[in-house]
Design a protein around this ligand. Structure first.
Ligand SMILES: *[C@@H]1O[C@H](CO)[C@@H](O)[C@H](O)[C@H]1NC(C)=O
Ligand SMILES: *[C@@H]1O[C@H](CO)[C@@H](O)[C@H](O)[C@H]1NC(C)=O
Ligand SMILES: *[C@@H]1O[C@H](CO)[C@@H](O)[C@H](O)[C@H]1NC(C)=O
Length: 602
């Protein structure tokens, strides 16, 4: 059975979606309710589906259905959930749903997350599943699914999670080559054979309870065990990781392995060339007119440094240094490299190298020329046809993201420090915008903002959007991106203002934009919905309220955030105005506290 063929048959036999509107969505949900939740779901046909328990809407359509542990029982009929053509998230975890997955579920073409763990679904993994191309998370664990796991899941280019443990699946482990896949589990099925090479970076616990072999499990008979040097490097790296969540750990081990492999390749190439000389100082290499390309390839075998100083290391040293993955995003992967003698650098390995080399050099040169005490210093770069690396000062600092959303941070940042951070970031972005009319940061979000102990700000990732050629459609959307960016990849200063606005809303509400994005809404819409629903009690970060942050100040900062996230780019204030308004908000709340202190006679 070829799934592609099935897909064509499936697609052409699909009836045109009946009412592709909110009324149609409501009807589909009521059909679902009659079949599996008549006793337990109290949805009323006389009000909008958007107000029903477990249902959320975006842009006038049903965008998510969350009904975990809701005592749903029976078989989901076709003609119900499959008609929700705008659905992004379907969560029916821990119910008693049975039978095959509905045969028309493939009609939910925008579905990103499918959580069906802990039911009694049976039958095969439906052949249309690998063609629901928006899927990022599939959780079908703890069911009674049988048959093979199709290799065609490789079609899911954005898949990050595939949980299939505790089913009755047979055959071999699928040979998946999905770069975004970080969470994978097929434990306790009935698979046999060997672990495919591309999945050997997954932990052994992903393959429990089955007679499988090959890394990370014991070697298959006749296979040579892996070289000890490689694995020692990995575990050394793994130990050094500080506070990274379990999910990031998978990514980490896998990515370090890739990095080491890739770097060894570069190293091999470097060795074959005649003594590559270290090019120090930007005058030498960058501002002089580019030499003919063949000569360029010979010369660009080492790092190119900005400025001078004690930068006594070269590519060879960098490659030899133990590396740890710090993070990964749309632009590439970030590593910490330990060069010994207390010298540590952050290396950004850009994911896309399709920008012509001369253009790349020109853009990096502009970045290297930026000097601001709030911007993480770009020390050097390396470029070849296959590889682009940026080398920064290493800063052992926490990101604003982990300060706001990390569970281990106590106490959470105060109103005073949040507004101080906001002001620093605003001024720094204002500086970037002042360097040229088309200069931008392009990647403002709480994870690219590092915070020192004295709540000073260090911004990283400046200008990366200029160095990679990716189109926005090839990336997972993230909650900070201005709406106009989804059509073109022309980042602008206005788009920076938008991202900064989301950051302000994040500081005031304490909400993680990525969590909402998962449900198909952005932080601005969430704030609006909460205000309109007069649920303003939910609006502000409880930590701020608990610490007596001034309500007027919070409202003003929220308003500024909303102005910055205006849909129309021309309605957004300039960064200089934004900085001035934050300063004013800070001044007023300081006066207020001053007054209160005076009144209390302190
Ligand atoms: C699982 O499915 C098989 C048929 O594939 C069936 O015989 C068995 O009873 C099912 N088990 C449960 C617990 O539903
Ligand atoms: C794996 O199991 C299937 C039956 O599910 C069997 O036909 C096949 O020979 C087995 N393969 C190996 C390598 O044991
Ligand atoms: C996979 O699932 C099994 C069974 O639930 C669990 O014991 C194991 O820890 C899981 N492994 C991973 C990597 O999630």
């Amino acid at each position: 059975m070829d799934s592609l063929l099935f897909f064509f048959l499936f697609f052409y036999s699909l009836p045109a979606p009946a009412g592709a509107d909110l009324a149609g969505d409501g009807k589909a949900l009521l059909d679902f309710r009659s079949a599996v939740g008549r006793q337990v779901l109290t949805w009323s046909a006389s009000v909008s589906p958007c107000t029903w328990k477990g249902v959320t809407c975006a842009a006038g359509r049903v965008a998510s259905v969350h009904l975990p542990a809701s005592s749903l029982i029976g078989q989901i009929p076709s003609g119900s959930l499959g008609s929700l053509s705008d659905l992004r998230v379907l969560s029916l975890r821990l119910n008693a749903l049975s039978g095959p997955l509905p045969s028309d579920l493939g009609g939910c073409t925008r579905l990103r997350s499918l959580y069906l763990t802990g039911n009694r679904f049976s039958g095969e993994i439906p052949p249309f599943l690998p063609y629901m191309s928006a899927l990022i998370r599939i959780d079908l664990a703890d069911n009674n699914l049988s048959g093979e796991i199709p290799n065609s899941l490789n079609n899911l280019a954005h898949l990050a999670m595939l949980n299939l443990e505790n089913n009755q699946l047979t055959g071999e482990v699928p040979d998946l080559h999905i770069p975004t896949l970080v969470k994978f589990n097929v434990s306790f099925n009935r698979l046999n054979g060997s672990v495919p090479v591309a999945l050997r970076g997954m932990p052994a616990t992903a393959f429990l309870g089955m007679p499988l072999c090959g890394e990370p499990l014991p070697p298959c008979t006749g296979e040579v065990s892996p070289s000890p040097s490689g694995s020692r490097k990995l575990s050394g790296a793994a130990i050094a990781v500080i506070s990274i969540s379990a999910v990031t750990m998978f990514l980490l081990v896998f990515a370090v392995a890739l990095f080491v492999l890739r770097l060894r390749k570069i190293k091999a190439r470097t060795k074959t060339s005649t003594d590559a000389e270290m090019v120090m100082g930007k005058k030498n290499s960058v501002t002089s007119p580019p030499p003919p390309s063949s000569e360029m390839l010979v010369r660009k075998k080492d790092l190119v440094f900005f400025g001078s100083g004690p930068t006594a290391f070269g590519l060879e040293d960098l490659l030899r240094a133990p590396a740890v993955v710090l993070g990964k995003d749309a632009f590439g992967t970030t590593y910490k490299a330990d060069l010994g003698n207390g010298l540590k650098v952050t290396v950004m390995r850009l994911r896309d190298v399709s920008l012509p080399e001369e253009e790349f050099v020109k853009q990096v040169d502009a970045l290297g020329a930026m000097r601001h005490h709030n911007i993480v210093f770009l020390l050097a770069y390396y470029h070849s046809r296959e590889e682009r690396l940026l080398v920064y000062d290493f800063m052992p600092l926490r990101s604003l993201f982990s300060l706001l959303h990390g569970s281990s941070v106590r106490p959470p940042p105060t109103w005073e420090s949040r507004t101080s951070i906001a002001l620093d970031v605003a001024r720094c972005v204002e500086y970037i915008h002042s360097t040229s009319p088309n200069a931008f940061h392009g990647n403002i979000k709480s994870s690219t903002i590092l915070i020192t102990r004295s709540t000073e700000v260090r911004i990283c990732g400046t200008g990366l959007a200029r160095l990679v050629n990716t189109s926005p459609t090839s990336q997972r959307p993230f909650g900070y991106r201005a709406p106009e960016i989804s059509k073109t990849w022309n980042v602008t200063q206005e788009a920076d203002v938008y991202s900064f606005g989301v950051l302000l809303l994040e500081l005031v509400t304490g909400k993680n934009p990525a969590d909402l994005r998962e449900e198909g809404i952005d932080l601005g819409s969430w704030v609006q919905a909460v205000i309109q629903g007069e649920r303003s009690g939910e609006l502000f970060d409880v930590e701020l309220v608990r610490n007596g942050a001034p309500e007027v100040g919070m409202v003003r900062l929220l308003q500024l955030g909303m102005d910055c996230t205006s849909f129309n780019p021309n309605d957004r204030p300039a960064m200089a105005t934004v900085a001035a308004r934050i300063q004013e908000i800070r001044r007023r709340s300081a006066q207020k506290t001053g007054k209160a202190v005076a009144q209390a006679g302190i």
